[in-house]
Design a protein around this ligand. Structure first.
Ligand SMILES: *Cc1c(COP(=O)(O)O)cnc(C)c1O
Length: 428
């Protein structure tokens, strides 16, 4: 049929899908639509944008690099932007990570981390260690390995039989005035310890979204939990992988969630904010110990993995510009955190529950018609109501969250908080 859409949209039921809003330009937190309407981007366009749309420094860095070298095969060859980025990024990890592997999206950063973990053990002659522990509600991407490590849901359902087996434990999510968190953490650690004790010989690693589970509904856990998790892992030597694809680059208030939590994972995956939202890119960082197990003459000990766009110079140039902007954004990030904190304390609506904050991310569950849980209708209603007010949000079920670019002002945030309260009151 001729009226089928030619573009097959991501995460979208095609039949009956509304026409997408056409964006003609972006500046700071604003997106301008075809009809001239301006919309405030409160979700950093799928969590990738850090410094606002149309950032001139990043745009110029890419333009300059594009005139020198757009791309080169990254085996046998290298280039300056990639070498600068590795130096500058690793310098931010204070010696925790010594090696960086380039790829081009969050799912592949995760795939790489899983392959590294399994092969690390294999390289040490422990080829039975292939299993992972992951968390209920986890999201690690849409490729098969990343899907396997993620919580089974309607999104993975078709493929569930094809995914490798992972043991899921509960994610001790918490919120303001939660008086049961210690118990939830104790239970989660007990589940992990029990799995590790029963089968210490088969686990390669534990993979977790530290401090905040993104797509699973902005579920937040405490640094204390990550510390206890690390302790449990260290006892058996199982590797700890942090999927910081969303939490990286300042979202949690610190440059990385692992720093905020005071923990030292073995591997971290980064993407989304890495180029400030300009170019698709990802990296997987590892400790010296992991890298050393691959450092060998033997072909079988090599990580045989790569992508055509691995280490793309334009991506690296954007990442360098974005990182230097980020290092100058500490005050802006503090300001957002402080504003969110004030909002969290002041919220007083029967429609809003489980309000929670980690750094620049604030989230809450909306309750309408006395119903809780995952309600598609409320997600749609909220999206529409906010859009009428010129604000772009994308609730996850009944969870409304804000994850703005760091250039948002306190006044703008004030308007957003007021709009949330106003909309809450109009819901049935
Ligand atoms: C978005 C996301 C991914 C997947 O990244 P893509 O670039 O969409 O493939 C993986 N892990 C987490 C935590 C994410 O938020």
């Amino acid at each position: 049929m001729s009226n089928y859409p030619k573009i097959w949209k991501p995460f979208t039921i095609q039949k009956g899908a509304k026409t997408s809003l056409k964006v003609v330009r972006g500046e700071g937190i604003w997106l301008e639509l075809e009809d001239g309407q301006k919309v405030m981007d409160l979700i950093s366009s799928w969590w990738v944008n850090l410094h606002g749309h149309g950032n001139v420094e990043i745009a110029s860095a890419i333009a300059e690099q594009a005139q020198k070298l757009e791309h080169v095969i990254f085996a046998d060859f290298t280039h300056e932007p990639a070498e600068i980025f590795v130096e500058n990024l690793l310098a931010q990890t204070s010696g925790v990570f010594d090696h960086l592997f380039y790829s081009d999206n969050g799912s592949t950063a995760v795939e790489v981390s899983l392959k590294m973990a399994v092969q690390y053990w294999k390289n040490h002659g422990e080829s039975h260690k292939t299993r992972f522990i992951a968390f209920d509600g986890a999201y690690h991407g849409d490729t098969f390995g990343a899907m396997s490590a993620g919580s089974r849901s309607v999104f993975s359902e078709v493929f569930n039989d094809m995914l490798f087996t992972v043991d899921f434990v509960s994610y001790p999510e918490t919120w303001q005035n939660d008086d049961n968190i210690e118990q939830k953490e104790t239970d989660a650690i007990a589940q992990i310890e029990s799995l590790l004790h029963q089968n210490s010989h088969k686990y390669a690693g534990i993979i977790i979204e530290p401090l905040v589970q993104g797509a699973g509904g902005m579920r937040m856990c405490r640094p204390q939990f990550l510390q206890k998790l690390e302790e449990a892992a260290k006892k058996t030597g199982v590797l700890v992988i942090y999927d910081e694809v969303m939490t990286g680059f300042g979202r949690t208030g610190e440059i990385f969630a692992y720093k905020k939590a005071g923990t030292c994972p073995d591997i971290i995956c980064l993407s989304k904010g890495i180029t400030g939202g300009f170019m698709p890119m990802a990296v997987t960082l590892t400790s010296r110990t992991i890298f050393e197990s691959f450092y060998s003459d033997e072909a079988s000990k090599t990580l045989w993995h790569g992508h055509s766009y691995t280490g793309n110079p334009l991506g690296c140039a954007a990442a360098n510009a974005s990182l230097s902007l980020l290092l100058k954004s500490t005050d802006k990030i503090r300001q957002i955190e402080e504003n969110h904190r004030g909002f969290v304390k002041s919220v007083n609506s029967a429609k809003i529950e489980r309000i929670r904050q980690t750094g620049t991310i604030v989230a809450m569950d909306f309750v309408a018609n006395g119903e809780r849980g995952y309600l598609n209708s409320i997600s749609k209603t909220l999206k529409e109501r906010f859009l009428e007010k010129g604000m772009m949000v994308r609730p996850l079920g009944n969870v409304l969250y804000l994850m703005p670019p760091y250039c948002i002002t306190s006044d703008e945030l004030g308007n957003v908080y007021a709009t949330i309260s106003e909309i809450a009151e109009t819901l049935g």
